[in-house]
Design a protein around this ligand. Structure first.
Ligand code: KG4
Ligand code: ZN
Length: 341
């Protein structure tokens, strides 16, 4: 029997909605980004985020239905991001999902935001097959995971301090770029000169698969204090910062493939949109006979499609709830999701 899952993402500063059909795939997805709203504060303001989700969530659901040529009655289940994330923001998605499902008498399913990112490359073509190694690189997380199937995740290593996205954003801020600065820093780096500055590669030789990025921000700060920040110097620093982050991510990802004996790497999360990271991994992994998979660019950053898709996958394992009692989980360990059989 074919099933249509409505997906709702509202964990941070994007309201994302999508409709996923179990046989036809993604029918529609709509997104509202709050970047402009939080810009002047230099970071996400949780209360403003929640209010903005309230403003946009229903119109976005309506337009997703319209784009898909679907009515509410045709939806079979609703998947929503249950955590981790900002509690107020999560509550908006959870309450809309559960009240809508209650009125339609269909089940809901709470999805872990990182599981959404982790599975998002399966929405693309070509797609990986289980098992694979996933490098999850978002604004809040940097993790290497072994993925043996839906609900079969093993953490191989993670950042002990800042996430890779944070390292991009904090370096960008020091260079006077707007929040979130990852993509802007990458753009500025294009006109930077290679080799003028060399930044540290923390924990590169630590022997494990953990990361540390907080020292990099300090090193960038020192450079910005030591030099006159003309346009070329800013670009040269951006170039060095991007090189350092990408170098560590790529080398650790390759080590993870070596340690697990697997040959497929999946990149997920917002930093996965970084062109240098993509080129570097493509080059290094092809050289060793492996393959690297990315979500389509629009599904790298937060979106509803990955939640609808993860929901549809989980529904095959009969996990949906009819109780409509929801508890959001602002902190939630991905490994808690693992099936025990
Ligand atoms: O996955 P995501 O949309 O949100 C979280 O769940 O955190 O990731 C957002 C992060 C931000 O830190 C942003 O600066 C970074 O992804 N990002 C990039 C690029 N595009 C987005 N970082 C480097 N290069 C990019 N092109
Ligand atoms: Zn995310």
């Amino acid at each position: 029997m074919s099933l249509i899952t409505l997906g709702i993402e509202s964990s941070c500063d994007e309201t994302g909605i999508a409709l996923f059909h179990s046989e036809r795939g993604l029918l529609a997805h709509t997104l509202h980004s709050q970047i402009a709203l939080h810009n002047e504060y230099g970071g996400v303001v949780p209360e403003l985020a929640s209010r903005d989700h309230v403003r946009h969530i229903l119109p976005l659901i309506r337009s997703a239905l319209l784009n898909a040529g679907c009515t509410l009655d045709e939806i079979n289940a609703i998947a929503y991001t249950q955590g981790p994330g900002l509690s107020g923001a999560l509550l908006v998605g959870a309450s809309v999902a559960n009240s809508l499902a209650y009125t339609l008498d269909i089940p809901t399913i709470g999805i872990h935001h990182l599981e959404g990112h982790l599975l998002s490359p399966l929405l693309s073509n070509p797609k990986p097959t289980f098992p694979f190694v996933a490098l999850l690189v978002s604004g809040g997380h940097t993790q290497l995971m072994r993925v043996d199937g839906i609900g079969r995740y093993t953490l191989l290593g993670e950042s002990i301090d800042d996430a890779a996205g944070e390292a991009f954003d904090k370096s960008a801020k020091l260079l006077g770029l707007e929040y979130p600065g990852g993509a802007l820093l990458a753009k500025l780096a294009l006109s930077g000169k290679a080799g003028r500055f060399k930044l540290p590669r923390p924990m590169l030789h630590s022997g494990d698969l953990d990361f540390s990025f907080s020292g990099l921000k300090t090193a960038v700060l020192t450079l910005t204090q030591q030099h006159q920040l003309d346009e070329q110097t800013r670009a040269d620093i951006a170039h060095a910062a991007q090189e350092a982050i990408v170098d560590v991510l790529a080398q650790k990802a390759i080590t993870a493939l070596g340690q697990t004996g697997l040959n497929q790497l999946v990149i997920a999360g917002g930093v996965g949109a970084n062109k240098l990271l993509r080129e570097r991994l493509h080059h290094d992994i092809n050289k060793r006979g492996g393959s690297v998979f990315y979500p389509d660019l629009e599904f790298c950053t937060d979106n509803g499609a990955m939640i609808a898709f993860a929901g549809a996958m989980r529904l095959q394992h009969q996990e949906a709830q009819h109780g409509y009692r929801f508890n959001v989980k602002p902190r939630w360990d991905l490994q808690e999701l693992n099936y025990t059989d």
